[in-house]
Design a protein around this ligand. Sequence first.
Ligand SMILES: Nc1ncnc2c1ncn2[C@@H]1O[C@H](COP(=O)(O)OP(=O)(O)OP(=O)(O)O)[C@@H](O)[C@H]1O
Length: 264
Amino acid sequence: MSEQLLQLSGVTLGFAGNTVLQGVDFTVEAGRIASLIGPNGAGKTSLFNCITGFYKPQQGAITFDGRAMLPLKPFQVTQAGIARTFQNLRLFRGMSVLENVMSGQHCRTKAGAIAAIFRPASQRREEAKIEQVASECLRFVGVDAADWHREATTLAYGHQRRVEIARALATEPQLLLLDEPAAGLTKSEKEELTALITSIRDERGVAVLLIEHDTGLVMSISEKVSVLDHGVLIAEGTPVEIQNNPKVIEAYLGSEDAEDALAL
Ligand SMILES: Nc1ncnc2c1ncn2[C@@H]1O[C@H](COP(=O)(O)OP(=O)(O)OP(=O)(O)O)[C@@H](O)[C@H]1O
């Protein structure tokens, strides 16, 4: 597979005269792992917010699977096949691990409020299917069934991250956006995350777009790396091309140690 799944052209976003994204052209191919890197404040999360309908750019176009995304609200973008996780965990408090993941399926269900109250057979069948999909997603990300009925926010941090990924997978996406999934993880948890992201692509055929400061992880799994600096896409290429690109090295110099930042 190599067709373009997500396409951004000329995406420009600003807040009160402060330009955050400037004419960004960007693509993600179906079934591939792509990464977006760049110094702090470069505009990476803002780009995710534009793709997922949380922010509306002043200029440009975003198409997904041939369909215009900018007119859509965030839940419609999810229905269209784009799921995301957040930089800071956003699991629902007071809900179990399983309930959190089941909530991801709601964008795929038909039953309305009346059916939820009277629970006809069709509603019960749908609920059973939701639970089955959620269970399968939890097994896939490696959360132990013994933890499924615990309140999600009481799990260890690394496991909460997995539950968030399971909830995103439960929406049945074609594209998964992960915003700094390795933040706060230990070295061995990062290795497990690397294996999980690879299996999301290989076993589920889901394309992954990753924002990540751990460039060692980025360089080890990405087929394409794109670099944002001050809202401008300054480079795109394979991990090796990016590590050797003078513009990229310059963007990182002054903010951090370029050698560490680019895993040279
Ligand atoms: N809702 C908003 N209102 C005003 N400014 C915003 C808003 N959202 C983002 N920005 C600004 O956009 C710029 C880019 O922020 P963004 O979070 O997208 O960067 P980032 O590359 O994801 O940074 P980091 O790596 O630190 O998470 C920042 O200057 C930020 O203050």
